[in-house]
Write a new protein. Structure first.
Length: 72
C-alpha cells in the first residue's frame, strides 16, 4: 500500500495555515505558504498513489533465494 500518511499530514497543516491563520510576517503571507504546502501535498499524494499502482502491477518471478550446495 502507498505511504499516504505524510502527504495527508502536510495537506492538513497547509489547510490550517491557509484557512485559519491570518498573519503576515515581514511581507510573507502565511496563507500563501499554507496554499503552497497544500498543493505540494496533493502532488506528493498523487505521485505516491501512482507509484503504488505501478508497484502492484510488477510481476516478480519465483526463484529460490538460495541455491542448493553441490555435494562432492
Amino acid at each position: 500500500m502507498a505511504d499516504v500518511g505524510p502527504p495527508i499530514f502536510l495537506a492538513a497543516i497547509g489547510l490550517v495555515l491557509w484557512l485559519a491563520v491570518n498573519v503576515t510576517l515581514g511581507g510573507i503571507s502565511i496563507q500563501t505558504i499554507g496554499l503552497i504546502l497544500f498543493l505540494a501535498a496533493l502532488v506528493w499524494l498523487a505521485v505516491e498513489l501512482m507509484q503504488a499502482r505501478t508497484r502492484r502491477a510488477t510481476i516478480v518471478r519465483d526463484e529460490p533465494v538460495v541455491r542448493e550446495r553441490e555435494v562432492y
